[in-house]
Design a protein around this ligand. Structure first.
Ligand SMILES: Nc1ncnc2c1ncn2[C@@H]1O[C@H](COP(=O)(O)OP(=O)(O)OP(=O)(O)O)[C@@H](O)[C@H]1O
Ligand SMILES: [Mg+2]
Length: 369
């Protein structure tokens, strides 16, 4: 099978600088893996190592059961889509889609061979159909919208019938509405091609949470965490994960015998091995898990900000000098700016994490978005 990706201790360096550090990661056949992480963390580099555009200084890359580390890009059976469409402006859509096939030939049972003309035509037709672009075959890229151009780029990647599809922020050049439409199309495409493995780089959490079977989190050249979106969201193991997958309140607490202490309040949230009694730790609670009014794990504070967000209100509350963000459905009449309120949350919606020295993630670890 020419699908599934395995990074086995893959390191990449530029001018002696390690920018991908001993990456171990497996993408199963048919799996969509999102690569998420701050700018410069090595996401694109990881993709380029699979495509063959960069040579690792250590480790091996496997596609299916083949070690492809020493193979040139056109013999790896991968399709790649990047942010900026990268279509040839002087070629019509069909020629753009055929380009990869002509360059690399057709992969058959006996390896790559030069593609015969009618086979190329059939594959171009198929790829344009899959991306809903059949009607545009004779247009030039400049005669297409951004979304249409990106569909052509996807068609070009699919035309080689890759076992592995590499997508590097494919939707980030599109506006928000188009992006959500294309996201749904990518999900459909994945259902149509259930054996193709996808490695999908994105900055957008919604894309990662919508498309991915699992998310790999990168930071400073290293893989920091990997898991299903649900696991990373509900049970993050580090502050970095908590702040990068969804919004999070990350509050400094002290571990007590059977709970944690936040300022004066004792909270009934087991630290479960994150830290020993007396140690500092970080409490992670999602804004939507915090309710307004009395309840278990009550926190008292002063409202510093109220934002109306359609279905919910976002309240920012100062709790003993810590900013706590809550997304609540109903706003009490008394919860206006400067008033004292009580917030609460269920123990099952909170996680205690080992404290880290420095703030991490976007927005310095505070709730954002
Ligand atoms: N051709 C190159 N020569 C030198 N350094 C490079 C080269 N390509 C990438 N780098 C460096 O490698 C590091 C990782 O880059 P990479 O493009 O993989 O990051 P990224 O996670 O994709 O970031 P972004 O989210 O901004 O696209 C960065 O520090 C970058 O400056
Ligand atoms: Mg990148």
């Amino acid at each position: 099978m020419n699908t599934g990706i395995r990074f086995d201790g893959v390191s990449v360096a530029y001018g002696g600088n390690i920018v991908l550090d001993a990456l171990d990661l497996t993408v199963e056949p048919g799996e969509v893996m999102a690569l998420l992480g701050p700018s410069g963390s090595g996401k694109t580099t990881a993709l380029r190592a699979v495509a063959g555009f960069v040579q690792p200084v250590a480790g091996r890359v496997f596609i299916g059961d083949r070690d492809v580390t020493d193979l040139p890009p056109h013999r790896r059976g991968v399709g790649m889509v990047v942010q900026q469409y990268a279509l040839f402006p002087h070629m019509r859509v069909d020629a753009n889609v055929a380009f990869g096939l002509k360059a690399r030939g057709v992969h058959g049972a006996h390896g790559a061979r030069k593609a015969p003309r009618d086979e190329i035509a059939a594959r171009v037709t198929e790829a344009l159909e899959m991306t809903g672009m059949s009607a545009y075959a004779r247009r030039y890229p400049r005669e297409l919208s951004g979304g249409q151009q990106q569909r052509v780029a996807i068609a070009r990647a699919l035309a080689v019938r890759p076992g592995v599809l590499l997508l590097d922020e494919p939707l980030s050049a599109l506006d928000a509405q188009l992006r959500s439409g294309m996201l749904a199309e990518l999900a459909r495409l994945h259902r149509d091609l259930p054996d193709v493995s996808m490695l999908y780089v994105t900055h957008d959490q919604i894309e990662a949470l919508t498309l991915a079977d699992r998310i790999a989190l990168m930071d400073r050249a290293r893989l920091q965490d990997c898991g299903t979106p649900q696991d990373l969201y509900r049970r993050p193991r580090t502050e970095f994960t908590a702040s990068f997958v969804g919004n999070a309140n990350l509050l400094p607490v002290t571990v007590t015998g059977d709970g944690v202490r936040l300022a004066g309040a004792v909270l009934d949230v087991p630290a479960a091995g994150a830290a020993a009694p007396g140690d500092p730790a970080t409490l992670c609670v999602r804004p939507h898990a915090i309710g307004l009014g009395e309840g278990p794990n009550a926190l008292r504070g002063t409202v510093t900000e109220v934002q109306w967000r359609g279905a919910t209100h976002r309240l920012c509350v100062d709790v003993a000098g810590h900013r706590v963000t809550a997304d609540v459905r109903e706003l009490h009449e008394t919860s206006s700016l400067g008033t004292e309120v009580t917030l609460h949350f269920a123990a099952r919606d909170a996680v205690v994490l080992p404290a880290t020295a420095a703030p991490v993630g976007p927005g310095g670890g505070a709730a954002h978005g």
